[in-house]
Design a protein around this ligand. Structure first.
Ligand SMILES: [Zn+2]
Length: 93
């Protein structure tokens, strides 16, 4: 496990489909890939999928919801979305 240089949070480097590594938050998250809007108490998140390293944006699901929905993906949420210093990351590239 690595640590974000900006906010010191634990991050997980997830390999993307392009062969690069993307800093992500360590916990596995699930999103709907059927284009639905987030339900109350949830949000739209950006993940890098575990299986193929694809960047997917969708309504966040619980693990239980995802298990009942074929159109879902499991992955790690992009740390760029949660890091309080995300603007710094973008400037550095
Ligand atoms: Zn950070």
């Amino acid at each position: 496990m690595a640590v974000c240089r900006s906010c010191k949070a634990l991050i997980h480097w997830q390999r993307t489909e392009h062969g690069t590594s993307h800093p992500c938050d360590p916990g596995v998250r699930w999103v709907a890939t059927d284009g639905r809007e987030p339900a109350d108490g949830t949000k739209k998140i950006r993940i890098v999928t575990k299986s193929s390293g694809r960047l997917v944006v969708g309504a966040e699901l619980s693990a239980q919801q995802a298990s009942h929905l074929a159109a879902s993906a499991a992955g790690f949420e992009s740390h760029f979305a949660t890091c309080p210093f995300a603007d710094e990351h973008r400037k550095k590239g």
